[in-house]
Write a protein that binds this ligand. Structure first.
Ligand code: ZN
Length: 193
């Protein structure tokens, strides 16, 4: 059951501090035609409530999940609110994204076979207007995209299955934290990618 898989993924993310304080949403496709998704309820701690199947009205951000499922043919969409995704989204916001290259962990992203891969992780302006934001997401995503950041908000990533999407969360969070810590060790504003 995808709902059980979402609950398990949510517990793992919660243990890492990536979905604190009722934040984040996790969703998965239950059935393609007609499309039905299971999605965690916004405003409810995922540890206690898990995924609510049978409808996408559970969360204000559900429209984004639907857009990603449609445009990327994803089987699961996971959204976290980690410290590092928030910090780096602000730090790189004016550049429109973060280019991540040279890390072995990049190979954990679907279709990536070498650390020499250069991943472009877009940073989009945060927006409470979900239809408008969904249109921006649809326009921004490239065929080879694995995720994006919302500025001062968090990370969205996806995958063919819940397991694939959860791996992408872990890989991207690892990379963001690595970049953030590396920049801090280099001292303040002198960061680069
Ligand atoms: Zn959010």
């Amino acid at each position: 059951m995808v709902a059980d898989q979402l609950i398990k993924a949510g517990r793992r993310f919660d243990a890492r501090g990536w979905v604190l304080g009722t934040s984040g949403n996790l969703s998965a496709v239950v059935r393609r035609d007609p499309l039905r998704m299971a999605i965690t309820r916004s405003g409810t701690h995922i540890d206690e409530n898990g995924a609510a199947s049978g409808g996408v009205a559970a969360s204000a951000e559900a429209l984004l999940h639907l857009t990603i499922v449609r445009t990327r043919n994803a089987g699961a969409v996971l959204h976290t609110h980690s410290i590092w995704s928030t910090v780096l989204s602000e730090r790189f916001g004016d550049r429109g994204g973060i280019e991540i290259g040279g890390y072995e962990m990049l190979k954990g992203l679907a279709g990536v076979t070498t650390h020499e891969h250069r991943e472009w992780l877009p940073v989009l302006a945060n927006d409470q207007n979900m239809p408008r934001l969904a249109a921006v997401v649809e326009k921004t995503l490239r065929p080879d995209s694995h995720g994006f950041l919302l500025r001062r908000h968090g990370l969205y990533t996806w995958g063919a299955t819940v397991a694939d999407a959860a791996r992408h969360v872990e890989i991207l969070e690892f990379l963001l934290e690595s970049i953030g810590r590396e920049q801090e060790s280099q001292g303040g504003g002198a960061w680069r990618t």
